[in-house]
Every structure is written in structure tokens, then in C-alpha cells.
Design a protein around this ligand. Structure first.
Ligand code: FES
Length: 153
């Protein structure tokens, strides 16, 4: 079952909301359950100064959005990109196997938001430097109105 930390973040999620003048945003969906998550970031001096999420999803998706945004806040872009799907799940004390796909959304959305930031601020070379080509493709797919998960597992 869920760890206490999952319950805590589900009951009292951090960083819910939107950033109207966000520097970058990433939206990912889970094609199986139809849930959707958006992460928005504000960047100052290459540090994630603010971060918010909006999640229409299950308890695990909300808890992972909350913990991922907590982990990323105040980190440099480089450090934030080290937050992986595993980091998020581990931080929550693990997740039931059938819920791991929910936790994947948070790190994926974060990476997409950072990719969007690079794209919007003329730092395209950093997309290649950090290996974010898949995230860029996912952003472009979303803009065309196509649904679906960002990454093939
Ligand atoms: S069941 Fe949809 S994100 Fe968890």
C-alpha cells in the first residue's frame, strides 16, 4: 500500500496552482487512466525560483507532483534535471508497482517544463546538452493537440 509520505503529500500537497507568466510549462498525460499533469516553472539566474503543478489524477499522481515540485524548488536547472522517475518514487518511500506509472508523470512534466524554458529563451543548445530531445518532441506533439504519454517505457 501507500507509504505515510504519500498520504501526507496527498492530504497536504505543496505547490498547487499556476504561474501566469511561467518561463516554461510541461504537460503529460497517462493514456491508460486519462489523467493529466502540468508543471510550470519560473527561472531566475538559472535556478528554479518558483514551481507549481496542476494535476487531474489519482492520489499517487498528486503526491508525486507535490514531492517532485518540492525537490525541484530552489535547485539549479542542472540539479533539477537529476530528478528522475526513481528519485520521486524513492522520496515517497516507494509506490505500489501498479502505481509507478503515475509517479512517472511528475519527473516527465518537470523535464518538459525545463525543455520549454530552454526553447523559449534561445538556449536550444542546452536541449541537446542535457539529452532532452524526447521532451522537445513531446512538447511539439502536445502543441498539435495530440494526446498521450511523453515517453515509451
Ligand atoms: S491512475 Fe492515473 S495517474 Fe494514477
Amino acid at each position: 500500500m501507500y507509504s505515510d509520505k504519500v498520504f501526507e503529500h496527498f492530504r497536504n500537497p505543496k505547490n498547487i496552482g499556476e504561474i501566469p507568466d511561467a518561463d516554461g510549462a510541461g504537460t503529460v498525460g497517462n493514456p491508460v487512466c486519462g489523467d493529466l499533469m502540468t508543471i510550470m516553472i519560473k527561472v531566475k539566474d538559472d535556478v528554479i525560483a518558483d514551481i507549481k503543478f496542476k494535476t487531474f489524477g489519482c492520489a499517487a499522481a498528486i503526491a508525486t507532483s507535490s514531492v517532485a515540485t518540492e525537490l525541484a524548488k530552489g535547485k539549479s536547472i542542472k540539479e533539477a534535471l537529476k530528478i528522475t522517475r526513481k528519485t520521486v518514487a524513492d522520496e515517497l518511500g516507494g509506490l505500489p508497482p501498479q502505481k509507478l506509472h503515475c509517479s512517472n508523470l511528475a519527473s516527465d512534466a518537470l523535464r518538459m517544463a525545463i525543455t520549454d524554458y530552454f526553447r523559449k529563451t534561445g538556449q536550444e543548445e542546452r536541449i541537446t546538452e542535457f539529452g532532452l530531445e524526447k521532451e522537445l518532441k513531446a512538447l511539439e506533439r502536445r502543441e498539435k493537440g495530440e494526446q498521450g504519454e511523453v515517453y515509451e517505457d
